[in-house]
Design a protein around this ligand. Structure first.
Ligand code: PLP
Length: 279
């Protein structure tokens, strides 16, 4: 059984963050491990506060997991603070050393900046560290429209803007010694038509047509898409196919929402497990 690691925040309502990622891994029959960057106090009604984990605790967690359960892929979500981004970067540099002949594992970064409810999940120092230290060490980034705009300064209103901003982000991250250019899976869920764009490391564009699903239960949709994309890469799919399958998986989870909570409810991320009756 393959193992994947999520490095992200803890959402006690389990719609987003670590626990959502672990459900996505389980749904793809991948054994999930987790390193928490920050506790959050939140429910389906929104995020009330965030409490970063001590950098030393994060460092030790990552070290323990690397020694015992080395991952076949890594997903990074909410990083929380600049010091924790430094710890994650040190971990990644050791996990995927630049030496020739050392196989590297895919690393997908979901640049979680602000919760849908409006609560910031990364401060300004953190955003700077994410761009300068983390971007050069990841293979893929999966921003939504707002994150793309925040990271590139390009206003994203229509699909052509999404492509322009994705190319700007790819250009900002590369060229990188002994590493392919950054791949971008740009999530168009907030555009009129929810099409996503895969910009491959080779610069090819693949558009993934999406269907608008009428539901308010979209909490954690971004986390789930990134994690499902990582799972598909770990399972051996090429990037465009991996993104298509991840998008279809999330759409189905959204169609089968369990209908719990008083706000933006969770999705049914475990739907592929037939014995399961709840999300
Ligand atoms: N909380 C945590 C811990 C997260 O990782 C994320 C998103 O990645 C969120 C909250 C935000 O989720 P949403 O914007 O879907 O509410």
């Amino acid at each position: 059984m393959k193992t994947a690691l999520t490095i992200a925040g803890f959402d006690p309502s389990s719609g987003a963050g670590i626990t959502a990622d672990l459900k996505v891994f389980a749904a793809h029959e991948i054994f999930g491990t987790a390193a928490i960057t920050s506790l959050t106090v939140q429910s389906t009604l929104g995020v009330f506060s965030t409490h970063p984990v001590e950098p030393d605790v994060l460092r030790h967690t990552l070290q323990c997991l690397r020694d015992d359960l080395p991952p076949a892929g890594v997903k990074i979500g909410m990083t929380g603070t600049a010091p924790n981004i430094h710890i994650i970067s040190q971990y990644l540099a050791k996990l995927n050393p630049k030496d020739e002949g050392v196989a590297s594992v895919p690393v997908v970064l979901d640049p979680v900046l602000v919760a849908t409810s409006g609560h910031p999940l990364l401060d300004a120092d953190g955003v700077r560290a994410l761009r300068s230290i983390l971007l050069p060490l990841v293979d893929w980034i999966t921003p939504n429209v707002d994150e793309l705009a925040a990271l590139t300064g390009i206003e994203v209103k229509v699909p052509a803007d999404l492509a322009r901003a994705a190319r700007a982000l790819q250009a900002e991250a590369g060229p990188r010694p002994r590493r392919q250019p950054l791949g971008v899976l740009a999530k168009g869920g907030h555009l009129g038509k929810p099409d996503d764009l895969v910009l491959t490391p080779d610069g090819e564009e693949h558009w993934l047509a999406g269907e608008r699903i009428q539901t308010s239960a979209t909490h954690g949709a971004g986390c789930a898409l990134s994690s499902a994309f990582l799972c598909r890469l770990v399972l051996g799919d090429q990037s465009a196919a991996a993104a298509r399958k991840a998008k279809d998986y999330v759409a189905e989870a959204m169609r089968r929402v369990p209908g719990i909570g008083h706000g933006k409810g969770p999705m049914k991320l475990l739907w592929p497990l037939s014995l399961c009756t709840q999300g």
